[in-house]
Design a protein. Structure first.
Length: 169
């Protein structure tokens, strides 16, 4: 179950969770997906000096997606490694110039007193990792090239006007 909090451990531990059917439906609705079949999270949890914690692991899922090329539904496997660091209290950035070296590593996030929300963490990993333009295996955009010769004759109330334009042209 993903709707749980990860407290700060005194010693390293491992967290493994699998989404319930209700959580899968909620994630599908959140990301406007036809279905989310399975979501699993596995993290090693280690304490950090100063009362923080580090999570290192991965989020894996089996999702139903809509192909942007063929408009067909297909199933896709998602797997994304993730490392997060949390420190107690507000995490403040230094004022002034931003150094490029500081941007190479993600800054720690504030550690909520009630612990890290695993469902929120999984949602963030999915939001950042999902391809916004999913393609079914074998879908090729080249197959959809525009062919002006294949156009049908216009129909409807403006078809007669199109014929007049061609005749006067």
């Amino acid at each position: 179950m993903l709707t749980r909090r990860i407290p700060r451990p005194e010693a390293g531990t491992r967290i493994e969770a699998r989404a319930t059917k209700a959580e899968c439906r909620a994630l599908a609705a959140l990301f406007d997906l036809p279905a989310v079949h399975v979501v699993e999270a596995a993290f090693a949890v280690r304490p950090l000096p100063g009362g923080g914690l580090e999570l290192e692991g991965r989020v894996a899922a089996r999702l139903r997606r809509l192909c942007v090329v063929t408009a067909e539904l297909f199933d896709e496997d998602f797997a994304e490694p993730e490392t997060r660091r949390y420190l107690p209290g507000p995490v403040e950035a230094d004022e002034g110039e931003i150094e490029v070296a500081a941007l190479e590593e993600d800054a720690p996030e504030p550690l909520p007193p009630e612990g890290v929300d695993l469902l929120e963490l999984v949602s963030e990993v999915l939001a950042l990792g999902l391809d916004p333009h999913p393609r079914a295996p074998g879908a090729d955009i080249a197959e959809l090239e525009y062919d002006p010769e294949a156009e049908e004759e216009p129909e409807g109330p403006f078809a007669a006007l199109a014929g007049l334009k061609e005749r006067d042209g």
